[in-house]
Design a protein around this ligand. Structure first.
Ligand SMILES: *Cc1c(COP(=O)(O)O)cnc(C)c1O
Length: 384
């Protein structure tokens, strides 16, 4: 079936998936096998060994490619394994320009793992994408953006970053975890590689850790598929199946995440004890115009600070919520509350964290798809 002409909501359910040829099973089977029998040496059906290929994974890879409007998808055992694979495209001496407000684990693998192999990372503010140009030199090979950013919900202009990257022959990587393919498709805006922690909105039920890369360029796909197989950070078939199942409801979940997110953001904005609220959908968000241009909705991720701006006041709120569970991660059906300074972003040195605007009292919400009145009531009793 050619899925190119279907709309996203149809592709989420059907893309890549066809009835199982042996039984007609409508849902993709979990091919729980490590190897495949060959009729004679090299005489096989495209499957030799399950690190290299697995039919459940193939279906998911094709589905992910289709929903990001890309040609190729590659799956990994986690979002970080996908990040690791992309960074393995680099050689000692290469330089990367990275947005300075990003997932803590991404910052950690760059500064604590790949920096040791002689790769240099420049972490810069990208609210104005043209800032990228000032850091390009002869060694620059890659630009790495995350938008909206975690946890400050900054927005980076993907099309402008892509134009700069193209002009200087740099690979543009876009971490699209926060927006999900429902809200934003970076390949359409000129990015070379889209990265997902499928652990979050794609899986959507907080029951699987998984990562993905999607791209259009055959050469890049070949290099990354080589890394996927050579380094071996592949997901098991059951995890692939969970993500495949999760993405079938991405559109209905995201609609509710967006509705609930907006209601919570506006409630917090009007709250006398709340200081700043970070949410992409506010008309007064510094890059709201870019968000409107490149996103189809504003999602359920919100961060805020309290007027009583200290760690203890924030911790008191974190301990009091009942529905909002205190936990790392995001993008599941249930609402979560977190403290970036000590949790997701604990690996970023304090001075740098504060300099980037991530204060000690910042609270991050992943607004789930529960009843909005229950969610607001929970925040009301917790904030007081
Ligand atoms: C969680 C996350 C990652 C890492 O993904 P894992 O699946 O936890 O390895 C990368 N980027 C962003 C934006 C994330 O939220």
């Amino acid at each position: 079936m050619d899925h190119k002409n279907y709309k996203l909501d149809t592709k989420l359910i059907h893309a890549g998936v066809s009835p199982d040829p042996t039984t007609g099973a409508i849902m993709t089977p979990i091919y729980q096998t490590s190897t495949y029998v060959q009729a004679g040496p090299g005489d096989h059906k495209g499957y030799e060994y399950a690190r290299t290929q697995n039919p459940t994974r193939t279906v998911l890879q094709n589905a992910l490619a289709a929903i990001e409007n890309g040609k190729y998808g590659l799956c990994f055992g986690s979002g970080m394994a996908a990040t690791d694979a992309v960074l393995r495209l680099l050689m000692p001496g290469d330089e990367v320009i990275v947005s300075n407000d990003l997932y803590g684990g991404t910052y950690r693998i760059m500064t604590k793992v790949f920096a040791h192999y002689g790769i240099k990372f420049h972490f810069i503010g990208m609210q104005d994408a043209h800032n990228i140009t000032r850091h390009i030199n002869a060694q620059t090979k890659m630009v790495w953006i995350e938008t909206p950013t975690n946890p400050l919900l900054n927005v980076i202009d993907i099309a402008a970053s892509a134009a700069i990257s193209k002009k200087h022959n740099l690979i543009l990587v876009c971490d699209n975890t926060f927006a999900s393919p429902y809200l934003q498709n970076p390949l359409d805006l000129g990015a070379d590689i889209v990265l997902h922690s499928a652990t979050k909105y794609l899986g959507g039920h907080s029951d699987v850790v998984h990562g993905a890369l999607i791209m259009n360029d055959a050469g890049l796909e070949e290099r990354l598929r080589f890394v996927q197989n050579s380094c071996g950070a592949v997901p098991g078939p059951h995890d692939c199946w969970l993500v495949l199942r999760g993405i079938k409801t991405l559109h209905v979940r995201m609609q509710r995440h967006c509705e609930n997110g907006e209601a919570v953001a506006r409630y917090l904005h009007a709250h006398p004890k709340v200081d700043k609220v970070y949410w992409v959908g506010f008309e007064h968000h510094p890059n709201h115009d870019i968000a409107k241009k490149q996103m189809r909705g504003f999602g359920g991720m919100i961060s805020f600070t309290l007027k009583d701006d200290n760690m203890d006041a924030a911790v008191a709120v974190l301990k009091k919520t009942q529905l909002f569970a205190l936990a790392e991660s995001l993008g599941g059906v249930e609402s979560l509350i977190g403290h970036p300074a000590t949790m997701t972003h604990g690996s970023i040195p304090r001075e740098q964290r504060i300099a980037n605007g991530l204060s000690d009292s910042l609270i991050r919400l992943s607004v789930g798809i529960e009843d909005i009145n229950d969610l607001i009531e929970d925040l009301e009793q917790a904030i007081g």
